[in-house]
Design a protein around this ligand. Structure first.
Ligand code: NAP
Length: 331
């Protein structure tokens, strides 16, 4: 077994939209196996919009990536060597040493997947942080319940498509927005009552037509004009779960909110959250999401790029809408 692995490194910090030149594929050292450690061969890598924030030299809820160091991110792989109790070759694990082929480390940094009959990549999608973000954001941060009219942006993406399906499974009316007619058709296929193509018309115009009575809940993945449209159409006591604002991750002019004052008259509650806020309730998530997947109420879709080489491109494609469902790299 090698003492190095091919890994993507951050070559330079992006300004604005990242480019392939910001990344470099080269060998990184793999620490030798110590007692209590495992070695894992990665098979699936996740790319996620939040990684863009870690490429800036700014402290946030996760520390910044360092220039010249390997990148990190969600990954699923198989144990190939173990000096740790409870881990055997062949075990499937998910962990945070993505953007590379192989990983070593203390077994506590690798999670054995729960015994459920699903494909391995599901642990990066609807049964991973993506699904958990949708579940806790909708049900805990926004306190959505049966009968609510829910609007979710980036509804054909990983988190958004899970929000649509959880909402429908629990008896909500769901309106999703996405860029393009193919994506909107898929959002309706997932059960959404309406889909707004924000590239074909202003999102506010589409949302007003799709939700003539207004909305009770907004699940924000985009920010900007989508958040403003939600403010404009919110009913009294609406709850907003602020999950992401991908519209602003590459900088640019901050959006002007024309309807922000509706927070007062409509008594809107806005709650930002990070899925880790709810880790203590992961048991509920596995029970409910596992049930919906096994009875077909939640389906998973992936956009897969092949090979470690494709990882930066997969990441960049998130910002141009190149994915339907969860964006993944298969090694
Ligand atoms: N708070 C948390 O704990 C947490 C955890 C995970 C993810 N998130 C956030 O959740 C959101 C979704 O993440 P994800 O992993 O599921 O990604 P995703 O939705 O699968 O991919 C990103 C999607 O965003 C849309 N998009 C990109 N730029 C846009 C823009 N300027 N305006 C409108 N739409 C744009 C694209 O879809 P279209 O083609 O439809 O434009 C793209 O497919 C992100 O904001 C992410 O940061 C938050």
């Amino acid at each position: 077994l090698n003492d190095t692995t091919r890994a993507w490194h951050l070559k330079s910090r992006p300004t604005g939209m990242p480019t392939l030149d910001n990344f470099e594929l080269k060998d990184a050292p793999l620490a030798p196996l110590q007692d209590g450690w495992v070695r894992v061969a990665n098979s699936w890598l996740s790319v996620d919009p939040y990684m863009r924030g870690r490429m800036n030299d700014v402290r946030s809820y996760v520390p910044p990536f360092e220039i010249g160091a390997p990148l990190q991110g969600g990954a699923v792989g198989k144990v190939v060597e173990s000096k740790a109790e409870g881990f055997s070759p062949g075990d499937t694990v998910f962990h945070m040493q993505g953007w590379r082929e192989a990983a070593t480390g203390p077994s506590e940094t690798f999670n054995k997947v729960p015994p459920m009959p699903v494909e391995d990549h599901e642990w990066l999608g609807n049964l991973g942080l993506t699904g958990a973000t949708a579940y806790f954001g909708l049900l805990k941060a926004a306190e959505a319940k049966a009968g609510d009219i829910v609007f979710v942006s980036a509804a054909a993406g990983a988190v958004g498509s899970a929000v649509v399906q959880i909402g429908k499974a629990l008896g909500m009316t769901v309106i999703g927005s996405a860029g393009g007619s193919d994506k909107c058709a898929w959002v309706r296929e997932l059960g959404a009552d309406a889909a707004v193509d924000y590239k074909a018309q202003p999102v506010l115009k589409g949302l007003m037509a799709a939700a003539p009575k207004g909305i009770d809940v907004y699940f924000d993945n985009v920010g900007g004009d989508h958040l403003d449209a939600a403010l404009a159409t919110a009913r009294n006591n609406a709850r907003f779960a602020i999950c992401g604002m991908i519209d602003s991750y590459n900088g640019g002019d901050p959006a002007a909110f024309r309807y922000i004052m509706r927070m007062i008259s409509a008594r809107i509650a806005m709650k930002g959250f990070i899925y880790t806020d709810y880790l203590a309730q992961m048991g509920d998530f596995y029970r409910d999401m596992g049930g919906w997947i096994s009875n077909g109420q939640v389906v998973s879709r992936q956009t897969v790029l092949e090979g470690l080489e494709a990882t930066p491109q997969a990441f960049l494609d998130l910002f141009t809408g190149g994915n339907m469902g969860k964006m993944l790299v298969r090694i």
